[in-house]
Design a protein around this ligand. Structure first.
Ligand code: CP
Length: 309
């Protein structure tokens, strides 16, 4: 039984809770193949998306997840809201609470913003990415994609290459995959690698080949130019040459290894176009699994609210 009012990060979730979400998401993923998408589960509930940072996949799939399950769904355009007049995050959240909403999916550039909001509103808060902290639904959709491909998470080797330092996706994946028994290897230029990464449970590779050797899943991460002050690597061309993943490097991975990327992809930088569009790419399936995961999380939080609030 999922025992949280909010979904703020995978560091706070047990292995059992993560498995419960993945089991529910697996059923939602099957539903998405059919014609009827269970439109009654969230009837009468209201979801608000409140994104202070840009998004295509996360915001749209939260909105569609709510709609497919029968909820009312409202998007707040932060640029056109009273945030621009100086309204605080807590006051914005309380204003939404007073409109009797049930869920707020939030993305914010400040690590900890979803937690601050959750502590101050009655609605359930779903973290759609907070600064360099966590992006729990992204890691859950990555795990769902892997579990559907390999039938398990335990014992898999997953290599994550790219901008680990600024990546909330890497952190949530390390927390989630480790809890379910996978081995996570990371590789990045020293300037894009957090000093304490091994304390989170990841293994730090000294080369791309070592990270990818025997891997079941190889994940490229986007270079997050918006979170960098500059000078962390010489140029995108050199980054691609020395730190990107290409077809030759994938020969070190297992034969049936899959390519993952959270998107948006910088084509030809972190992964070659041939890998992005190739047979082993799961990037499109990740998007559909993202919708299934967000449907599952909304369902489980609605059940928690029904029993506890
Ligand atoms: N993966 C991800 O968070 O994508 P968006 O920024 O498009 O939501």
């Amino acid at each position: 039984m999922f025992r949280h009012k909010d979904l703020l990060g995978l560091q706070d979730c047990t292995a059992e809770e993560i498995t419960e979400i993945l089991d529910a998401a697996d059923k939602m993923r099957e539903l998405l193949n059919g014609k009827k998408k269970k439109p009654d589960l969230l009837a009468g509930k209201t979801l608000v998306t409140l994104f202070y940072e840009n998004s295509t996949r996360t915001r749209t799939s939260f909105e569609l997840a709510g709609k497919y399950l029968g909820a009312n769904e409202v998007n707040i355009s932060v640029a056109a809201s009273s945030v621009q007049k100086g309204e605080t995050l807590i006051d914005t959240g309380r204003t939404l609470d007073d409109m009797k909403i049930d869920f707020i999916a939030i993305r914010h550039s400040m690590a900890g913003a979803p937690k601050l909001l959750a502590e101050n509103v009655k609605a359930s808060v779903l973290n759609g990415g907070d600064g360099i902290n966590e992006h729990p639904t992204q890691a859950l959709l990555d795990m769902l994609t892997l579990r559907r491909k390999f039938g398990k998470i335990k014992g898999l080797k997953v290599a994550i290459l790219g901008d680990i330092k600024h990546s909330r996706v890497a952190k949530s994946n390390i927390f989630g995959l480790k809890k379910l028994g996978a081995e996570v290897w990371v590789y990045a230029p020293e300037t894009l690698m957090p000093k304490e990464i091994e304390k989170l449970g990841a293994k730090k590779a000294s080369s791309r080949e070592q990270a990818i050797d025997g891997a079941d899943g190889v994940m490229g991460l986007r270079i997050q130019l918006e979170r960098q002050s500059g000078g962390l690597f010489p140029s995108l061309g050199e980054y691609s040459k020395f730190y990107g993943v290409n077809e030759n490097l994938m020969k070190y991975a297992k034969k049936d290894a899959v390519i993952l990327h959270p998107g948006p992809v910088n084509r030809g930088v972190e992964l070659t176009p041939a890998l992005i569009d190739g047979k082993s790419s799961c990037i499109n399936e990740q998007v559909t699994c993202g919708l299934a995961v967000r449907m599952a999380v909304l369902k489980l939080l609605a059940e928690y609210r029904g029993k506890n609030l």
